[in-house]
Design a protein around this ligand. Structure first.
Ligand SMILES: Cc1cc2nc3c(=O)[nH]c(=O)nc-3n(C[C@H](O)[C@H](O)[C@H](O)COP(=O)(O)O)c2cc1C
Ligand SMILES: Nc1ncnc2c1ncn2[C@@H]1O[C@H](COP(=O)(O)OP(=O)(O)OP(=O)(O)O)[C@@H](O)[C@H]1O
Length: 142
């Protein structure tokens, strides 16, 4: 039976950390759906610069991704209910509580495993974070 995986994030300025996360998420199953966060739901850091449709289109063009879709504006569990995945792959630094997500999935009758992807490390000068890229741009061009 085919296993469906969901990954999620803001994906404002794409970098190799995103590519690593999505490749690892894809390897957890057969089909990878990626939910792209709406600006209104990004409240734990600066809001994204790029429009949601642009972020979705770039994520959807990555090799590991079967389908990228815009997240729901109010209830983040709506796309999950529709896709009915086997695995939710959380990013290594995502602020969401694994246990709280698992509890809500159970409450809604969604039988799905919650896993964490690993971090991509770098030993050179790569910028594996949207915030670091923006900081560098401001430093050099601001
Ligand atoms: C399982 C899961 C589903 C999500 N679904 C949505 C969604 O439908 N709409 C949305 O705007 N954000 C959704 N999010 C939230 C964002 O994708 C994300 O957690 C956060 O706001 C963006 O921060 P990040 O890029 O640092 O992860 C979801 C998060 C998780 C963990
Ligand atoms: N270096 C990395 N290694 C592995 N996963 C990463 C890395 N950077 C981001 N991700 C993952 O990609 C997903 C989307 O990340 P997000 O769009 O918040 O990017 P970001 O570059 O980390 O942003 P910011 O720097 O603004 O926090 C998250 O699940 C995050 O854990």
């Amino acid at each position: 039976m085919s296993r469906t995986v969901i990954a999620q994030g803001t994906f404002d300025i794409i970098h190799p950390g995103h590519v690593h996360y999505l490749a690892e998420a894809a390897a957890m199953g057969d089909e990878l759906y990626v939910i792209v966060a709406r600006k209104t739901n990004v409240d734990h850091k600066e809001k994204p610069i790029c429009p949601a449709t642009q972020r979705r289109d770039v994520v959807g063009a990555l090799e590991a991704v079967d389908e990228a879709l815009l997240g729901h504006e109010e209830d983040i569990f709506v796309p999950i209910e529709e896709i009915d995945p086997d695995v939710i792959a959380l990013g290594h630094d995502q602020h969401h509580d694994d246990e709280a997500i698992a509890t809500e999935l159970e409450r809604r009758g969604i039988d799905c495993e919650v896993r964490r992807a690993s971090a991509r490390e770098t030993d050179d000068d790569q910028l594996l974070s949207t915030r670091l890229i923006i900081d560098r741009v401001l430093e050099r061009r601001g």
